[in-house]
Write a new protein. Structure first.
Length: 102
């Protein structure tokens, strides 16, 4: 009987005041969801369990069923507090009010 191939992955989660990184050795074919569950990060950050889970691998958003590759860095994403497009519109409007007139 052949043993399954083992790969190394890293699961990360960050808040402004605290970060958590967990290195795991998992069987090839493991999904993002399985690695996140195996990391135990959700137990340290209860807000993760309260929201729908969104993840990325090296900054690229992926599904929870995505199969991992050796060396993948899984980032647990936090929900956006504000819409980035709306923030840019508001900043542009503010800047327009304070431009000196010629």
């Amino acid at each position: 009987m052949e043993l399954p191939e083992i790969i190394r992955v890293r699961v990360v989660y960050a808040l402004p005041e605290r970060q958590c990184t967990v290195d795991l050795r998992v069987a090839a074919g493991t999904s993002v969801a399985e690695a996140v569950a195996g990391s135990g990060i959700a137990a340290q950050f209860p807000d993760i369990a309260a929201q729908s889970l969104n993840c990325a691998i090296f900054g690229r958003v992926v599904t929870l069923g995505q199969t991992l590759c050796d060396g993948d860095r899984i980032e647990i994403l936090r929900p956006l507090i504000a819409d980035p497009k709306q923030n840019r519109r508001q900043a542009a409007a503010r800047d327009a009010r304070f431009k000196p007139r010629k």
